[in-house]
Design a protein around this ligand. Structure first.
Ligand SMILES: NC(=O)C1=CN([C@@H]2O[C@H](COP(=O)(O)OP(=O)(O)OC[C@H]3O[C@@H](n4cnc5c(N)ncnc54)[C@H](O)[C@@H]3O)[C@@H](O)[C@H]2O)C=CC1
Ligand SMILES: O=C(O)C(=O)CO
Length: 326
């Protein structure tokens, strides 16, 4: 008999659904809503595998899935999973690094440009009947090329961003990360420094860190005050890395000149968030990796990851290899 799996919020292309069907007995939920949630919980009771995106996968939910052996997330970030609890139960967690790296670095560079050159504000301007004659110096943007870029998190995506900034825009690069990154230093002349130095010297601070206990609210009121006057803050890591209340105050009182955000403390961003009305903010709805090509690559990778995990053939993309030993 094929192992039972539950797929949620995965939007599987036909050929990937067929691939899963060859290996597993699949129960799929395109959306998780109050209408579909009871059936989802019911299906979890026999599921050996779980594949999907988002959601809070904690001990309570794992209790509802007593047969679970592997979970495969269509993302590189896995802060929504209780990894320690999964490892304790011998449940393998798989993710999709690498396939999305270049696309997310493109998004970050796009956010830097859109924020510095006020692209969304000027888009709204022209739609409201404005034209360039009415744009006076207070509405001008700022140069990006040759300005100093600060990268928080010199991992896969941070390095791809450094490559773009160095070769495409001639930007000097500062970075702060858990450890030194030789390739970024050698190939892109990136300079390692502590957080305060980076905040004090960078014209653009780009966050592409994972959300962990250590990075939660890493950027708060004190850190925002340490940023160089006129500097801009870009976040595509996870929303709670920035204290969003402090960010809003800094944007309102001029401590921070502008921000470009793909991620938020609460997602979807609440309609009454002050961020919605601030002109000096560029907002994206967590679409860092959302291109046709990359989302296909991520979904294909997550499918292969689950097949490998449930067939005891894991070679890569395992978040908690200790679980394999249980
Ligand atoms: N907005 C979006 O759509 C997307 C967001 N992401 C986010 O980007 C994150 C990074 O992705 P990758 O570059 O593939 O991961 P990675 O693991 O290659 O890089 C993360 C880097 O952060 C550093 N780091 C971790 N904790 C730190 C700390 N406390 N202090 C300083 N540095 C620390 C690590 O040393 C590493 O260099 C993901 O975890 C996810 O949260 C990723 C993809 C898409
Ligand atoms: O992969 C991730 O971590 C995302 O946020 C979505 O691509």
């Amino acid at each position: 008999m094929k192992p039972a799996i539950v797929v949620y919020k995965a939007l599987l292309p036909t050929e990937l659904r067929h691939k899963l069907d060859e290996h597993f007995s699949v129960t799929a939920f395109d959306e998780l809503s109050s209408a579909t949630y009871p059936a989802f919980l019911q299906a979890l009771q026999n599921a050996e595998g779980l594949l999907g995106a988002g959601g809070k996968i904690d001990a309570d939910l794992l209790d509802k899935a007593p047969c679970l052996r592997a979970a495969s997330t269509i993302s590189v970030g896995y802060d929504n999973f209780d990894v320690a609890e999964m490892t304790r139960r011998g449940i393998v967690l798989m993710n999709t690094p690498t396939v999305l790296t270049e696309t997310v670095a493109d998004t970050l560079m796009g956010l830097v440009l859109a924020t510095a050159r006020r692209m969304t504000e000027l888009d709204a301007w022209i739609r409201a009947g404005g034209w360039k004659e009415s744009i006076t110096p207070p509405y001008y943007g700022h140069d990006v090329h040759h300005k100093t870029l600060g990268i928080l998190g010199m991992g896969r995506i941070g390095t791809a961003l450094a490559q773009r900034a160095h070769f495409g825009f001639g930007m000097p690069i500062l970075y702060h990360s858990r450890s030194r990154h030789q390739e970024a230093e050698t190939r892109f002349s990136a300079r390692y420094c502590d957080l305060d130095t980076l905040l004090g010297q960078a014209d653009f601070v780009c966050i592409i860190l994972p959300l962990t206990q250590q990075t939660h609210h890493l950027i708060g009121r004190e850190q925002l005050k340490k940023m160089k006057p006129g500097a801009m803050l870009i976040n595509a890591g996870r929303g709670p890395i920035i204290d969003e209340k402090a960010l809003i105050t800094a944007l309102q009182d001029g401590t921070l000149s502008a921000a470009g955000l793909d991620v938020f403390e609460q997602e979807p961003l609440p309609a009454d968030s002050p961020l919605m009305t601030l002109p000096n903010v560029v907002l994206l709805p967590h679409i860092g990796s959302a291109t046709h090509e990359t989302r296909y690559g991520m979904t294909a990778c997550a499918v292969d990851n689950l097949i490998a995990a449930l067939h005891g053939n894991v070679k890569e993309n395992c978040v908690n290899p200790e679980a394999l030993k249980k």
